[in-house]
Write a protein that binds this ligand. Structure first.
Ligand SMILES: Cc1ncc(COP(=O)(O)O)c(C=O)c1O
Length: 391
């Protein structure tokens, strides 16, 4: 994969727009035709032509080409959020009476779709511990049409062996979907490992500047055309041309940003793991992670997101620590240029006691997730040090 070519040149037809180096924002909702005959012809294939921006738009199209190439996919559809990309992929893959297998602890709105929304339409989902592929295999039924993976997930970073799951589905005609947001297209290539569809919250590393919400779905054209004719056009969650342009600008530095935040996150994870006030660190690229060997096998480099839990008896210590941070903003989401801290304590009542044992389906109340941005990692470590000193 020639990443530099993809990020800088692929999909850009500069001679068509005055040799401008930066592509134009084609800010239009509709495209017009020279004749009724041309109109009839183009209407036949909105997937590949320009007719209406809810379907396709030239600025969005440049982005589609780049993300497809980065993922090693035949094509890509862009959405106005990662949640829309995942929902469209799922809805296009199942009908009433079908069954889905999904890993435990997927992104919260993926869970909501599978656990609350789809059962209303007769689609059941089994949630399983995906750290062992045998659990996924054991959950398969004749009605299973889709396996939903997220490797690793974005809070406690459990992995799935993507090649092994893909192998399971080969003879059974089951589709696989993997949320690859954590790794970005640069650090993991699920399609090369045999996965059918890859989804991204492009809000994260792909855009990288905390100013756009968007999603991507990559895979073979046969499936994506089906997604396009179904949920994509009916739900209408297309990105605006301006957002697509901002993401194109964000992409120029994808490689630098992903390398920098991954290297800094590894350094910070190692420092936290050695700190006497830290009970636990969750990070696939630490040897203490139970699936470290798998992380090294299927991920190219460390990611920029990690979690840790300080030693404490209740979450009041977490509030004190997080309120003392000066270089981390307290916020949800991740993958931007700025460092963020997201404590699970914010989703529990004040002073929630820390349980003695971890619950398999949820994160502990004293977990703090850190999204490592582009700042000097030593500055971030100094900030964590002074905040840990207060508890
Ligand atoms: C792992 C993961 N997948 C999907 C999403 C949904 O993406 P979006 O917020 O762009 O809809 C998120 C959002 O936080 C996420 O963390």
């Amino acid at each position: 994969m020639d990443i530099d070519w993809i990020l800088t040149h692929l999909g850009e037809e500069r001679a068509r727009y005055f040799n401008a180096v930066a592509p134009p924002v084609i800010q239009t909702s509709i495209f017009c035709f020279d004749s009724v005959a041309q109109m009839r012809e183009l209407e036949q294939d909105e997937y590949a032509q320009h007719c209406y921006t809810r379907g396709n738009n030239p600025t969005v199209e440049i982005l589609r080409k780049k993300i497809a190439a980065l993922e090693g996919a035949e094509d890509c559809l862009m959405f106005s959020s990662g949640a829309a990309a995942i929902s469209a992929a799922v809805v296009a893959s199942v009908s009433g009476g079908d069954h889905i297998v999904c890993v435990n602890k997927p992104y919260s709105w993926t869970h909501k779709l599978l656990a609350s929304l789809l059962p209303r339409f007769g689609v059941r989902t089994a949630f399983v511990d995906g750290t062992d592929v045998a659990n996924i295999e054991a959950a398969l039924e004749p009605a299973t049409k889709l396996i939903v993976l997220e490797s690793p997930n974005s809070l406690t970073f459990e992995l799935q062996d993507l090649a092994a799951v893909a192998q399971l589905t080969k003879t059974r005609g089951i589709r696989t979907l993997c949320d690859n947001s954590y790794s970005s297209p640069l650090n993991q290539s699920p399609i090369a490992l045999g996965i059918d569809l890859v989804a991204h919250s492009a809000t994260k590393y792909i855009n990288g500047h905390s100013d756009v919400v968007a999603g991507a779905l990559c895979g073979p054209q046969t499936i994506l055309r089906d997604v396009f004719r179904g949920p994509f056009m009916t739900f209408g969650a297309a990105p605006s041309p301006h957002d697509a342009w901002l993401i194109l600008r964000g992409l120029r530095t994808l490689r630098l940003r992903v390398e920098r935040s991954g290297a800094s996150a590894l350094k910070i994870a190692q420092w936290l793991a050695a700190h006497p006030k830290v009970e636990r660190v969750w990070y696939p690229h630490l040897p203490s992670h139970p699936q470290h060997a798998l992380a090294l096998k299927q991920m190219r480099a460390p990611g920029g997101l990690l979690s840790f839990a300080p030693r404490c008896s209740d979450t009041s210590a977490i509030e004190k620590l997080c309120d003392s941070l000066r270089r981390f903003l307290l916020s949800v989401s991740w993958g931007g240029y700025e460092s963020l801290a997201c404590p699970t304590a914010a989703f529990f009542p004040p002073a929630t006691p820390v349980p003695a044992d971890e619950k398999p389906h949820s994160a502990p109340p004293h977990l703090i997730r850190l999204s490592i941005g582009l700042e000097d990692p030593d500055v971030l470590i100094a900030d964590l040090e002074q905040a840990l000193a207060r508890i």
